[in-house]
Ligand binder design. Structure first.
Ligand code: 13P
Ligand code: SF4
Length: 322
């Protein structure tokens, strides 16, 4: 075969063999990356998978906190992220310094022990300051098992936290962070879409604002969305999350119809039918995936001083289950 006839997919497969590497990809990655991944999933599935697989290198196609979680669980493996700048608005809104100061303030104000639960969308430094992590897939269970004699501080997602308060009835102090992508879904245009398609089931991610979750028939993690799509055939869904999710759903439930929840239109635009995209997830491309497999970089590293505490918070979560 000449180099001209070798596709990028074939080159990635070859490089993967050379490095004894496995590609893990989040459900929000672009469709081409989803197609070359060895394993696709939500944050919880990918964390679990990374702890189980036998390989030398994990290429994590997702955002930085996800790759960092894989590194914490696999200190002896090389973990690569195609673009190290693939961040997350939730992780950026809650640094370890900010959290430490707030925990001290809250403890003193309440004169009570606090139990900090961190949604995994945060840095390893934040995880190291918490009792347990959760993902959208297991958050209800994690909150339900929190000790009753401690006050819960939930970080960093205010919207997920508000939804959890309603689901569990537990009182919690919520950090004021949010996902800029899920906040960009338009309630007005979602209402119009629901009116146009009264037969559709509306599914939404719990990072959405309350006014979107109110309109949803089911509030689900991305793995929950895959599960409901698989259960149905010839069903119409309105999908309230990042638009690349629809590629994953079509793979798993091909006879269904999936309509992306509309975004808030830009000034001067009438509508924004399929524009809810995570710019951070979008930084990973097929070219960068190939380059990182070829070069063995960029590599995700975690400060050894915080590894034990951050790892414990993730392991506490994994022990609780989905
Ligand atoms: P899931 O764990 O449901 O895939 O969500 C991760 C995420 O970042 C959603 O924005
Ligand atoms: Fe973070 Fe939102 Fe992107 Fe998920 S969709 S990675 S929460 S910015």
């Amino acid at each position: 075969m000449t180099s001209q006839t070798v596709s990028i997919e074939e080159r990635i497969a070859e490089l993967k063999k050379e490095r004894n590497a496995i590609i893990l990809a989040h459900n929000y990655q672009e469709s081409e990356i989803q197609e070359v991944a060895d394993f696709l999933g939500d944050s919880l599935e990918l964390a679990r998978k990374s702890a189980e697989i036998d390989c030398d290198t994990i290429v994590f196609c997702g955002v930085h906190f996800m790759a960092e979680t894989a590194k914490l669980l696999n200190p002896n493996k090389t973990v690569l992220l195609p673009d190290l700048d693939a961040g997350c608005s939730l992780a950026e809104g809650c640094t370890a310094e900010m959290l430490k100061a707030y925990q001290d303030h809250l403890r003193a104000k309440l004169n009570q022990e606090i139990y900090t639960i961190a949604y995994v969308n945060c840095s390893a430094g934040v995880k190291a300051l918490t009792d347990v992590c959760c993902t959208s897939g297991n958050a209800v269970k994690v909150v339900e098992q929190a000790p009753k004699d401690k006050h819960i501080l939930f970080v960093p997602d205010f919207h997920l936290g508000s939804w959890l308060k309603k689901q569990t009835g537990r009182e919690m102090t919520l950090w004021n962070g949010s996902c800029s992508v899920h906040e960009s879904i338009s309630r007005r245009d979602l209402m119009f879409l629901k009116q146009e398609h009264p037969d559709a089931i509306t599914i939404a991610h719990p990072e959405c604002v309350d006014g979107i979750l109110d309109l949803a028939d089911e509030v689900l993690s991305t793995a929950g969305m895959v599960a409901i799509a698989k259960k149905h055939s010839n069903q119409k869904f309105i999908v309230g999350t990042e638009a690349n999710m629809i590629h994953r759903l079509r793979r798993e439930g091909p006879t269904n119809i999936y309509l992306p929840a509309p975004g808030i239109p830009a000034p001067g635009e009438a509508s924004c039918a399929s524009c809810v995209h995570c710019p951070h997830m979008g930084l990973n491309t097929m070219d960068k995936l190939e380059a990182c497999l070829r070069d063995g970089s960029p590599e995700v590293v975690v400060d050894p001083a915080i590894v034990p505490a951050a790892r414990r918070a993730i392991e506490n979560m994994l022990a609780i289950g989905r």
